[in-house]
Design a protein around this ligand. Sequence first.
Ligand code: ATP
Length: 334
Amino acid sequence: MSAKVTKIGVLTSGGDSPGMNAAIRAVVRTSIYRGLDVFGIMRGYSGMIEDDIYQMNSRSVANIIQRGGTILKTARSKDFYNEDGRKKAYANLVKRGIDGLVVIGGDGSFTGAYKLSKEFGIPCIGLPGTIDKDLYGTDFTIGFDTAANTAVQAIDKIRDTAESHDRLFVVEVMGRHAGYIALHSGIATGAENILMPEVNTTLDDMVASLSEQEKRKKLVNLVIVAEGYTPDPSQPHLKGAAETTRLMEERLKGLEIRVTILGHIQRGGPPSCMDRFIASRMGFHAVECLIEGRHNVMVGILHNNMHYTPLEIAIREKQKISEDWMNIVKILAS
Ligand code: ATP
């Protein structure tokens, strides 16, 4: 039986995502309701190493549920990759008696948490905070819904101008190595083609599909490209909309293509109802897990039920793009 957790540290790490504040709020308020002390660790693992840690109360998280970003700030810490860095970080937790951690971030942040738990025995809970939605063991990640909705709003506007001029627009959305924002926003905006790292669509496929649609007199004006998509597998360093467009223009001479890269607007803005809702549920259950002794898991939501995936599995496995969805893209864009 593991020792009772009495003092919880909470941090956000890796890329920020809308809804992280709602998760922090849920962790802080649940901890206080359950009689535990709770500490905010600033700038992810950097703040843990640099001892930038402060005690939080109910009021510390007032009026933040509707704000994008993270009040605890986030960072990528090089020093945390080394055992020495983690030793220093753990010593700062011990100094305050922090005996349980909630880490809100992506799989990199969970790897850090997993190492800390293995090396020092401190129980860690991961909350999936990433707009990329590529984590295994959860249907949604905190921030994905907001980012996908931001992309949809922007793409709708681009479609208006694309339709008016009969032009082809290639729009790049975020997602790092994953294509979920591209897939969801592409289906939701009726894009003719969606290019994602997980699906091997070659330039030949693209050119063939554009020519075939042109023959049918279908007006093709919208292609969504995930930032991690590689148009030419023999040159894996070439990624995203700009490279895809350049290579398409080389093959389809005379075709006028406009490129838009949506970029960081997808990370910001008030979180959607969905992101606030799942972040609140996950934050609550993270504290319950620490209290109940269900340690070193990622708290997710699968089929609308809470789902707990051991951190080592959450780190190793990836969510897969369903073939069903790809079929939907093909049929609906015809
Ligand atoms: P996002 O999905 O938004 O990129 P992430 O959590 O995957 O989020 P990373 O930059 O991969 O983002 O990781 C965040 C931080 O977690 C790193 O800066 C580092 O401090 C820590 N971390 C990542 N991988 C490891 C590792 N292998 N060992 C120790 N710490 C790690």
